[in-house]
Design a binder for this molecule. Sequence first.
Ligand SMILES: [Zn+2]
Ligand SMILES: [Zn+2]
Length: 464
Amino acid sequence: MKQFTPLQIVNARQRVTRDIINTLIDSNNDLINHPVLIPETGCATWNHYFFCPDHSVRLKWDRHSPHKHVCPVDGAVFSGEPYDGAWWRWLNGLNAKACYELGVLWLLTEDDRYLDKVREILLGYARYYPLYEEHGGIPYNGPGKANAQTLCEANCFVDFARGFDIVQAHLTTEEEHFITSRLLHTGAAFLMDHRCHQIHNHEVKISAAIGIIGAVLENETYLDFAVNSKYGLAYQLEHALMPDGLWFEGSLHYHYYALQGFFAFEKVAGGTKYSLLDKPFYRRMLSAPLNMLMPDMTLPKINDCVNGQERLTHTDLYEFAWWYYQDKSYGQLLNYIYQQHERDSIDALFYAKELPDHPLSPPCQNLHSPQSGLTIIRPKPGRAVCVKHTPYGGEHDHYNYLGLTVFDKNRAIFPDLGTTGYGAPLHYGYYKNSFAHNTLCINGKNQPPACPRVVSYISDNNKT
Ligand SMILES: [Zn+2]
Ligand SMILES: [Zn+2]
């Protein structure tokens, strides 16, 4: 197994509690309590289609109802496309998640029922995967086979490959060959064909999936493509970070989304010559947001940030980072997060390291980052003014240069509203526009995309 050492497994088995086991069982209930169901054709499309057109809320997903989908607001029933395809996409997501999490559950409990489920999922997809027809048509995205976009395909393959890594030694030679040839190699080849020539979080996720398959199969071609080719993981790190380590898309949510892709790869390939852990980039990415925290310990909601994404709850990243880098601020952040949540994630079990005594507190120095385009003035505890002047970041940008967020007494008195689901009319119709922000807006028109330049910034003991 590539992702965990025997010692990590022994330690995780000692640390695991009944609550953690029950949480893993509950979140995979559907798979545990039903026969494994795999789509026989490439019929799955996109989760964002699974919304009520009248109420912009997610429809109820019911395993026993692939053709009738109910709105939770008024009980209206929707059928046919695009809802049915989205229903199958949801199922693929549940299957992929279970492939990994039931593998972990088996490691922790040694209960072979979970091993059998993982085997069934992998054999099921191996049976059909080569036959799925390529399909797509999702905005800003390449096509998929099991799903309709390359990004979704990559996300599923991260879990297929990690699940396979856990159970590989317990498969027969025939099973192993069937899964590697029909699922993992076919998937890697498809992802390599469809990774695009751009600096973007999607390309990080796609490269990470190819790299994880490469690490698990010890395939240097995949690893080299994933890490060292143009637009691969190393290239993204070298070109997509601003000087202080912020991801160029200008949204803290996508900053962490990209970092999740990088770290998914590192959790499997760390320790090999393909790992990028000892380069300076990840530490910059991990540390930069900690200087941007607002008085209530949330991240600035600049650009695309759906409600809730401003909360710094990324234990999957900081458990691994604290374990590997031993940077005290990462441990202190975890200490802060665990004042509100149990320390019960999979990463907390396998990368556990004792936390520092004190939690992280909000920064009190001013932050002025002219190239990354963020200034946060912090005159006294509980008060802060955040000024957005980030360079144009592409599809996730909002038209609000010099947008202000003002906090007093630890609360946002002039908030940045972030946005809502991207499929909802208010996303483009309201939240992204200049008039929805605390900024200059002329005749209700949007500011054009730009790369702002700081003309002057003066700060001394009395004023900023
Ligand atoms: Zn509805
Ligand atoms: Zn905004």
